[in-house]
Design a protein around this ligand. Structure first.
Ligand SMILES: *[C@@H]1O[C@H](CO)[C@@H](O)[C@H](O)[C@H]1NC(C)=O
Ligand SMILES: *[C@@H]1O[C@H](CO)[C@@H](O)[C@H](O)[C@H]1NC(C)=O
Ligand SMILES: *[C@@H]1O[C@H](CO)[C@@H](O)[C@H](O)[C@H]1NC(C)=O
Ligand SMILES: *[C@@H]1O[C@H](CO)[C@@H](O)[C@H](O)[C@H]1NC(C)=O
Length: 394
């Protein structure tokens, strides 16, 4: 029998407390893997470049992951599985992993160590990026000596999401694994996905919140804008090899919230011009991709006896959409009315519920607009969102 293991890297510390409105969440990280030595006999190890291992999202040629929620996936037989992490793996990287469609589990891992993950069959790994940028370096997969690793067939469709912290799930309870981007793409259940999102980044190519470059430049690069990437690659990170990877069928862009901030002050003109240049760049690489521009929800403030939304760059994004009217591959997804003031947390990012609302509406819109089906009809997508009330007599 083969088992499928899915694994997502989160850049939270496993010892970090998850607070739910000030209450400590109990047991938020079940599944800590045990450190093992594969020097012991009875193991068979596959190198990180083994054809059986599929890499999801952006990885460099040292098998170091970048951006939000990258992963690995493979199937394995037998009754034991271990993953080895290289020297570039940061302290405190949290790995979310699961067998098949069962519930997500979490394990913190360290550099130069091998961990045994409970379970058996096929595996997928997805790490995510946050401001506390961490890296994950894959060094190998080991299974029982009489077991094998096999490649998992890919989903027929591919999705690319280009964004900032709002798409990377910053301040979500499980960060990337709580983001609308992941919820949307994994929720469809029939698509491979890559989330090229990084906290604080602008669309326009300028320094924003410590990110030296904007997505108009960085999206073409393998690495993100973290200090870690800078330390490894300096000012000229490797170019992403688009030709070596499947083209995206659907590209969703949510960018501009950082541009339209008094800390960064990108003018409307620069924003529009950079947006058009980014879309041209996407279209040049993936001529068949449908490109969706997501409107920016901004923030909410009290006005009299209710709340009002301060949406951002409305005219600008509509102008970008209008620019491509004749081309038909650019579409406008209006988020107006999806989020209310209490869907945004104190740190200006959507709550888990807010993320889910954005994802759910986008899924249905994509189904109606492009005829995509929602095929995740069972596997867990979001972890620890099971709230219930079994009180009947209240
Ligand atoms: C993993 O997290 C647990 C729980 O916080 C902690 O006790 C343990 O020391 C951590 N292990 C590593 C290898 O960081
Ligand atoms: C693999 O080896 C283990 C340990 O010797 C054994 O228990 C198991 O039955 C073997 N599995 C197969 C499929 O041969
Ligand atoms: C952005 O513009 C506002 C309004 O003109 C100004 O108060 C602010 O200092 C500017 N910010 C920067 C970083 O230049
Ligand atoms: C945000 O965009 C609006 C136009 O949509 C513009 O009027 C405003 O000055 C911008 N603010 C900043 C800080 O960029």
């Amino acid at each position: 029998m083969k088992i499928i293991l899915s694994l997502v890297l989160l850049f939270l510390h496993a010892s970090a407390t998850i607070l739910e409105n000030g209450q400590v969440r109990e047991n938020p990280y079940p599944g800590q893997a045990q450190k093992v030595s594969i020097g012991e006999k009875g193991w068979k190890t596959y190198k990180p470049d083994a054809a059986e291992i599929s890499y999801k999202g952006r990885w460099d040629d040292q098998h170091i992951s970048w951006w939000s929620a990258p992963g690995i996936k493979f199937a394995f037989t037998g009754d034991k599985l271990a993953l080895s992490f290289g020297k570039n793996t940061d302290q405190g990287v949290l790995v979310a992993y699961r067998m098949g469609g069962l519930d997500w589990q979490f394990s913190n891992v360290t550099a130069d160590a091998t961990y045994q993950f409970a379970g058996h069959a096929s595996a997928g790994v997805h790490p995510t990026a946050s401001t506390a940028a961490k890296t994950f370096e894959m060094r190998g997969v080991s299974v029982a000596g009489n077991s094998t690793l096999t490649k998992v067939k890919e989903y027929p469709k591919t999705i690319e999401i280009i964004g900032d912290s709002l798409s990377a799930g910053q301040y979500g309870t499980y960060e990337g694994l709580s983001s609308w981007a992941y919820t949307f793409a994994a929720g469809l259940g029939n698509a491979e996905y890559s989330i090229t999102a990084f906290p604080g980044i602008c669309l326009h190519d300028q320094e924003c919140w410590g990110n030296e470059r904007g997505q108009a430049y960085q999206w073409y690069r393998t690495a993100d804008t973290s200090g870690r990437a800078r330390a490894l690659y300096g000012e000229d990170p490797p170019k992403w090899d688009f030709a070596a990877h499947r083209a995206a069928d659907l590209v969703v862009i949510n960018l501009g919230t950082n541009d339209n901030n008094t800390e960064n002050n990108v003018s409307g003109t620069n924003y529009v011009n950079s947006y058009v240049s980014l879309i041209d760049g996407v279209h040049e690489r993936w001529p068949k991709a449908q490109v969706v521009l997501m409107s920016l929800w901004g923030g909410f403030g009290q006005v009299g006896d209710t709340y009002a939304q301060g949406a951002l760059y409305i005219d600008e994004i509509k102008a970008v959409n209008e620019h491509y009217k004749e081309d038909k591959f650019v579409h406008y997804f209006d988020t107006t009315g999806i989020l209310q003031h209490n869907d945004i947390g104190p740190q200006w990012h959507p709550t888990d519920v807010g993320q889910i609302k954005v994802a759910s509406h986008l899924m249905q819109w994509v189904k109606i607009k492009f005829g995509w089906e929602m095929e995740a009809t069972g596997p867990e997508v979001l972890h620890d969102t099971l709230y219930w009330n079994d009180e009947s007599s209240y």
